[in-house]
Design a protein around this ligand. Structure first.
Ligand code: ADP
Ligand code: ASP
Ligand code: MG
Length: 409
């Protein structure tokens, strides 16, 4: 008998039939004698619908506290429906919203972090033989305000619950049967990985592979949660992918194990700024003060006393960042502030890069051969990222997937 936390994403609970399917799968685990705690997302499309309503009513400027009040409703519907579906096939089940559990978070509305989880009620229900269903993506802060965890946050709810309950395994059921070498919807030749190391998964998630929210992977690493990605649409979950903490030899030999792309990027250029100490601070300090996260950064070597400065920000913050820089443009002595929000960051990831040279140059050559211009580059020990025009996303991902030997045999 095991204690399993299962998470079902939006597509997996996207219709009455799918919710009933999920109920049947949970019933199977129960019949085997397992204890099951389930985390569900809102039905597919629902969170987007709620975001659009909030934007429409507030002139695209929703109050963050009220935004969370609205966003959290999507998951409340699915926990109740799933509990009913389980009850109707004879499986006792009880639903909880985030605040009922309680999942305690900080107060950063729309991107809150989980501080701790009170598992008293869950343990009591499990002892009574019930399936416990918890709303993903939401929690409550110290002042009893409803909070949400950022898009894709139900993954993090599930892993955090698994950590708190010391579950034997956390199973993330989604609409693909595991973690692939790249997004299988973009590159049909992508292959499912039986295993992926925690470090590689962390990079892929942070570089834009939305199959797992980055914070869920961080939690799994911190608390050593056994984490598996599976398909909710296949009988046995498909093959699935285990996130492993061991780096076995065979995995070491692969130079590149996955490719991620992130369209949530916009590039900003500040040209002709005085080349003197403090200029990076003046530019990026103003951006940071507005709570905008900066990702890639380039400062050119100055010529004739001036230099150029480029960086990327999340696409949603593009206009705001331009506004801020236009306001301080004269003060910092810049000639021109411009930008482009039709860019994408494409990244190759692999532990094997540590011991191989020439990986980056293979990437640059391959893109050059396709006539794809590289605008920015950033590297770390196990990844290389390039910023390119968004229209080349598919082409770049496909050719890189092929050149690094990731295509299906
Ligand atoms: P859910 O609603 O279940 O949380 P998501 O849409 O958030 O599902 O995540 C699953 C999607 O992630 C897949 O449908 C796939 O298009 C995308 N994806 C991106 N990169 C990968 C990858 N490397 N492996 C698998 N899926 C990926
Ligand atoms: N429903 C939320 C979203 O769409 C959370 C999640 O699905 O993980 O982002
Ligand atoms: Mg998701």
């Amino acid at each position: 008998m095991a204690l399993i936390v299962q998470k079902y994403g939006g597509t997996s609970v996207g219709s009455v039939e799918r919710i009933q399917n999920v109920a049947r799968r949970i019933a199977k685990f129960k019949a085997q004698g397992d204890d099951v705690v389930v985390v569900v997302s809102a039905m597919s499309g629902e969170t987007n619908r709620l975001v659009a309503l909030a934007d429409a009513v507030s002139g695209n400027n929703p109050n963050p506290r009220e935004m969370d009040v609205v966003l959290a409703t999507g998951e409340q519907v699915t926990i109740g429906l799933l509990a009913m579906a389980l009850n109707s096939i004879g499986v006792p089940a009880k639903s909880y919203t985030g605040w009922q559990v309680a999942v305690k978070t900080d107060s950063a509305h729309t991107k809150a972090r989980i501080d701790n989880i009170d598992d008293t009620a869950i343990h009591k229900d499990l002892k009574e033989g019930k399936v416990v269903i918890v709303a993903g993506f939401q929690g409550v802060d110290a002042d009893n305000n409803i909070t949400t965890l950022g898009r894709g946050g139900s993954d993090t709810s599930a892993v955090a619950l698994a950590a708190a309950l010391k579950a034997d395994e956390c199973q993330i059921y989604t609409d693909v049967d595991g973690v692939y070498t790249t997004d299988p919807r973009v590159v049909p030749e992508a292959r499912r990985l039986d295993k992926i190391t925690f470090e590689e998964m962390l990079e892929l998630a942070s570089l834009g592979s939305k199959v797992l929210q980055i914070r869920s992977v961080e939690f799994a690493g911190k608390y050593r949660v056994r984490l598996r990605v599976l398909s909710s649409l296949e009988e046995d979950g498909g093959g699935g992918t285990l996130i492993t903490f061991e780096e076995d030899e065979q995995m070491e030999r692969v130079v590149v194990s996955g490719i991620a792309f992130d369209k949530n990027q916009a590039r900003i250029n500040v040209r002709g700024v005085p080349d003197k100490p403090g200029i990076a601070y003046q530019i990026l300090g103003a951006i940071a003060d507005a709570n905008i996260e900066v990702d890639m950064i380039i400062q050119n070597v100055g010529a004739e006393g001036t230099t150029d400065f480029s960086f990327t920000v999340p696409r949603v913050d593009y206009k705001k960042a331009l506004e801020i820089l236009n306001q301080i443009k004269e003060h910092i002595g810049a000639n021109e502030v411009s930008g482009d929000d039709t860019v994408v960051k494409v990244s190759i990831v692999g532990l094997g890069m540590r011991s191989h040279v020439g990986v980056a140059s293979t990437m640059f050559r391959t893109l050059a051969e396709e006539g794809i211009n590289i605008q920015m580059i950033s590297t770390s020990e196990i990844k290389v990222s390039v910023l390119i025009a968004e229209k080349y996303t598919e082409l770049a991902t496909r050719v890189l997937h092929s050149v690094f030997g990731l295509d299906k045999a």
